[in-house]
Ligand binder design. Sequence first.
Ligand code: NAP
Length: 336
Amino acid sequence: MTIRVGVIGTGAIGRDHARRINQVLSGAQVTALTDVNAAAAEAVKAEIAPDAQVFETGAELIQSDAVDAVLVTSSGFTHEDYVLAAIAAGKPCFCEKPLATTADAAKRIVDAEAATGKRLVQVGFMRRYDTGYRMLKRVVDTEIGRPLMVHAAHRNQSVALSYSTQMAIHDTLIHELDIFRWLLEDDYVSAQVVFPRATPHAHEGLRDPQMVLLETAGGVRIDVEIFVNCRYGYDIQCQIVGEEGLANLPDPMAIAMRKDARLQTALLTDWKDRFIDSYDVELADFIKAAANGTAAGPTSWDGYVAAVSADACVAAQEAPGSIVPISLPARPALYG
Ligand code: NAP
């Protein structure tokens, strides 16, 4: 069976996911495309999916009989309407993060999906599909006893002038917010943000670096550094300290070179390369579940919790040092 996929939003990631579906993975084909920028959709059709139909709107694409499953890869503020429409049409939907740009909007998606009684939405938290994080989770689950502390860092070499202090939470930390919950199987109860001495390399108006301190319901304490002008590379670190031992996220594989009296390994500089393989695995999971008319992987509830937690972190940024509580409504039975 070949799943016929419609892609809404053919910018950077939409185009790349279309390429994955048509050229890397099996079991699906891109049959429909749309973008507010029609030329972008036409370009993806010409280069990647010549047989796909280009629709004027996302709403028409979702309704089309030529579409079994939907990929929402448009700009974040558009996600809610498209995901709700896919749920209403009963079609499995992969939505890139963020699920929605507000917690209330994400909750509307949770409620709509829960009302159908079946999973239809997968959120693009691709780190859950990364080999390194999966290895780390196995060790946390089986080797080091109950986790007590997490020390983590998310460092970018530099960022564009449009990058703001809040984006450090909504665009950068959002992946950590999801992956720690998944690793620990625990929810956050509070967030605090403190700002160390600022780097001179940040542009005006951006507070960089920052440290986010999270506490979970089970009492785990997490410190995560966000440093987006670290200068030396793109670097993701995660160390979990447990009752019986300690586990580190492996660094990406790199050749160890001995040259000029130095032992050296290269670091990545572009975030796009760090989890490149995990995008293939997450979409393969989506296609497999869509063939059964359902969805797998990160849920809309995970997208909602990430949104609630991110809002708390932004509130904590606005009152540095204060502890902002995080509370969640009861989790619908659909999400286990
Ligand atoms: P992008 O290059 O700006 O692409 C977004 C596309 O959506 C643009 O072509 C945009 O057109 C189009 N668009 C805007 N409003 C639309 C609407 N109402 N209907 C249909 N299309 C619309 O952005 P991107 O980097 O691909 O990011 C897209 C989403 O993926 C974002 O939510 C982002 O956070 C997420 N993302 C996730 C990851 C990850 O690691 N999981 C990585 C990258 C991106 P215009 O340019 O004309 O507005």
